[in-house]
Design a protein around this ligand. Structure first.
Ligand SMILES: NC(=O)c1ccc[n+]([C@@H]2O[C@H](COP(=O)([O-])OP(=O)(O)OC[C@H]3O[C@@H](n4cnc5c(N)ncnc54)[C@H](OP(=O)(O)O)[C@@H]3O)[C@@H](O)[C@H]2O)c1
Length: 234
């Protein structure tokens, strides 16, 4: 190849690579409300995967050590700021906090994808937890945030187990059951699940989230995708 031809070839290659880069979808921004065991663990996995994460709690100044340990893709502030920031917003607070957060944030979260990892425990969260377990926690949580594109997931696995098993490959890969009524929202959460290092398995609509809530047959079971599909008779 002549020198001019190879320069032309290289220029075209650079142009094409540049265009592909420019056309690539930007990663969704993630807001996480509740930055304890669960919010902190998930946020760390997503920051490590290249996502920008805004952590929130009632005491955001206490989140400085977490944010500094994660670097420039992490920041912290109020629940409202996290709800405004996130294309996807994760609810990682005690279940009893959801009704008040619903009143404060439902307007901001309307039309956004929300991943709900909160578990109702009557001994911790009181009567609302009993109601949620009876109704099905997916359906119950979603009603508190009308208009949000609600997905239940990650709630059936302990934060310590998520941290220890992320990015296992092949037959070792850990599955995360997901449930939701909005296909696009499920696709988005499935992508985030893969980015965090797990295999997403959609078990059904929001009503199916009862299968992996506290007391449900899939709760706290670390399974592969095959095992999970087998457990739900697929
Ligand atoms: N830990 C697990 O292994 C695990 C596994 C699956 C599901 N879950 C569920 O995930 C949720 C979080 O559990 P966790 O273990 O991460 O709890 P955690 O370590 O106690 O963290 C809770 C976080 O929520 C914040 N928070 C509490 N009330 C709030 C409110 N009203 N508004 C905004 N932020 C609030 C807390 O900060 P401030 O108090 O400073 O506001 C803290 O950052 C729970 O529903 C739990 O059942 C936990």
């Amino acid at each position: 190849m002549s020198r001019m031809a190879s320069t032309l070839f290289l220029s075209c290659l650079l142009l094409l690579t540049g265009c592909r880069h420019a056309l690539a979808e930007p990663l969704p921004r993630i807001g996480i409300i509740g930055a304890g065991e669960m919010g902190g663990t998930l946020g760390r996995l997503w920051v490590n995967a290249g996502y920008s994460v805004f952590f929130a709690s009632r005491h955001p100044q206490e989140l400085k050590p977490l944010v500094s340990s994660l670097g420039p893709r992490a920041q912290a502030g109020s629940p409202l700021q996290a709800a405004q920031y996130g294309d996807v917003v994760v609810m990682a607070v005690p279940y009893g906090a959801l009704p008040v957060l619903g009143k404060q944030l439902a307007g901001t979260l309307r039309g956004k994808v929300v991943l709900d990892v909160a578990n109702p425990y009557p001994q911790r969260d009181g009567d609302i937890a009993r109601q949620a377990l009876q109704t099905g926690s997916g359906i119950y949580s979603a009603r508190l945030f009308p208009g949000a594109r609600w997905v239940r997931g990650f709630n059936s696995l302990a934060a310590s187990s998520l941290a220890a098993t992320a990015h296992q490959t092949g037959e070792e890969a850990v599955a995360v059951p997901l449930a939701g009524d909005d296909k696009g929202a499920l696709d988005t959460v499935a992508q985030l699940t893969t980015a965090a290092g797990f295999t997403p398995v959609v078990v059904g609509g929001l009503a199916a989230a009862a299968l992996f809530q506290p007391g449900g047959p899939l709760f706290l079971h670390t399974l592969t995708a095959d095992e999970l599909n087998h457990a739900i008779d697929r």
